[in-house]
Ligand binder design. Structure first.
Ligand SMILES: N[C@@H](CCC(=O)N[C@@H](CS)C(=O)NCC(=O)O)C(=O)O
Length: 193
């Protein structure tokens, strides 16, 4: 299978999770401006959505959306998700919050929003990160590392890059994930630090 990614984009979460799961996979970079992949393919022929991530299986099936890809990875490596039906629902709950609330709020920073839009979005992100931090069960969101953690890691990486307020527990949390071999490998493969 192959992960299509852009360096430091939300696809970094899937990239880290695939390494955490120990799954063999290839990866190919996508230029999000031109929609051309490193091998010269038109990315829109791989997924009409045109955005990363996309995971292409050996039989040609294409899976998109961070929540779906991260959940699929956790199904292959159940150690990466909290146990039981409620645990699985809690994982989806956390990833839905990261995707539809936090990720969405970064839009003004990536799409040249006004200063007012960035200020409001930045404050909302800090509130949302604080809420997640208050529910943390230990070293990671659910105590043990799960696929929701690399997703939050990417949001934190962006928050630091844009100078947003990050609550204290998530600063140590960020460093903890960054020190994991899977994160170091994925970031080296994407050429970012
Ligand atoms: N709902 C999608 C959103 C993915 C997304 O926004 N990807 C961004 C990078 S973080 C992207 O590829 N943007 C380029 C574009 O939309 O043209 C998901 O969660 O997978």
């Amino acid at each position: 299978m192959k992960l299509y990614y852009a360096p430091g984009a939300c696809s970094l979460a899937d990239h880290i999770a695939l390494h955490e799961a120990g799954l063999p996979f290839d990866h190919e970079r996508v230029d999000l401006k031109t929609k051309v992949t490193a091998n010269g393919a038109d990315y829109r022929t791989i997924t009409a959505k045109g955005y990363v991530p996309a995971l292409v299986f050996d039989d040609g099936a294409v899976l998109t959306e961070n929540i779906a890809i991260l959940y699929w990875i956790a199904e292959q490596a159940p150690v990466l998700m909290p146990e039981g039906p409620l645990g699985h629902a809690r994982l989806l709950e956390a990833m839905a919050y990261i995707s539809s609330e936090i990720h969405k709020n970064f839009k003004p920073f990536f799409a040249r929003g006004s200063d007012d839009e960035k200020k409001a979005a930045g404050e909302a992100i800090t509130r949302q990160l604080t809420l997640l931090a208050s529910g943390m069960k230990g070293e990671y969101l659910f105590g043990a590392f799960s696929v929701a953690d690399p997703f939050l890691f990417v949001m934190l990486r962006w928050a630091f890059a844009f100078g947003l307020g990050v609550p204290e527990p998530l600063i140590a949390y960020f460093d903890r994930i960054k020190a994991r071999p899977a994160a170091a490998t994925a970031m080296a493969e994407e050429g970012i630090d």
